[in-house]
Design a protein. Structure first.
Length: 255
């Protein structure tokens, strides 16, 4: 079962008012282009939070800023109360914060198994790592069938499964998911959202950036709407689902 692949503290996790991730006045520029313009955002422990918006709104830039892949300015950038300002991107996995990037990002010249083992590079518990490999194969049976194949030869859906499984191998406490359903077949989309739902039910804290705004909000506890580098709306996901402006702009339900 998926719960066996999660660390024990996650199994006991529940929704909390305590922010696990906190951003305050986060700004990011690419030369003269301001991609983020003072973003405030929180994700509480045990929550699934969806971030929706049109292409170019700044959603991926926000995830890159959080994971220190882009230089940014902020009043606060904290994970579990720890200031991330002096840390490098490579330090975050050890803290329990991982990202599944847009475009999968698998190691194409490595096998499926080697990719999974790379996800556990911060761990020293070799026996448990092997057990988690088996759990990932149970969670994603397609990966078992492809275990010795080079990742670069997998389909897009298989690469997305591998990317998520590799992230889970680190036994994170929070996952950032960047467009996990992009470019996938309907069957693969259902599988990916099924796994996200299982992660959510087992206590994983999730920040989900997703082009399918309706599915993202249906999955989430809360949501944020981003436009032109700004947060323009936020609130309970169900409220955003029934907000006329959100329906018209992002859900295809407007007049």
């Amino acid at each position: 079962m998926l719960s066996e692949a999660l660390s024990p503290d996650l199994k006991e996790a529940s929704l909390s008012n305590e922010p696990m991730l906190k951003l305050s006045n986060l700004s990011l520029s690419y030369g003269d282009i301001k991609a983020l313009k003072g973003v405030d955002l929180e994700v509480r422990r045990g929550e699934c939070v969806s971030l929706i918006g049109s292409n170019g709104a700044g959603k991926t830039s926000l995830l890159k800023a959080i994971t220190k892949l882009c230089a940014s300015r902020f009043d606060a950038l904290q994970f579990e109360g720890q200031d991330l300002s002096a840390l490098a991107s490579s330090d975050l996995v050890g803290l329990g914060l991982v990202m599944v990037p847009e475009g999968r990002g698998v190691f194409s010249r490595m096998t499926v198994l080697e990719n999974l083992l790379m996800g556990a590079y911060v761990r020293a518990d070799a026996l448990s790592v092997q057990e988690d490999v088996e759990r990932m194969m149970a969670l994603f049976p397609r990966l078992r069938e492809r275990v010795s194949h080079l990742a670069g030869y997998l389909s897009g859906g298989e690469q997305q499964m591998l990317s998520m499984a590799r992230a889970l191998m680190a036994r994170p406490r929070m996952m950032l998911l960047d467009e996990p359903s992009m470019g996938l077949s309907p069957i693969m989309v259902e599988k990916i959202f099924e796994v996200i739902g299982q992660l959510r039910s087992q206590g994983m804290t999730i920040l989900l950036v997703e082009q399918n705004a309706m599915r993202a909000l249906e999955m989430a506890d809360r949501g944020y709407v981003m436009d032109s580098g700004l947060i323009t709306l936020e609130g309970p996901a169900q409220s955003l689902l029934h907000n006329p402006s959100v329906q018209a702009a992002y859900l295809g339900l407007g007049d």
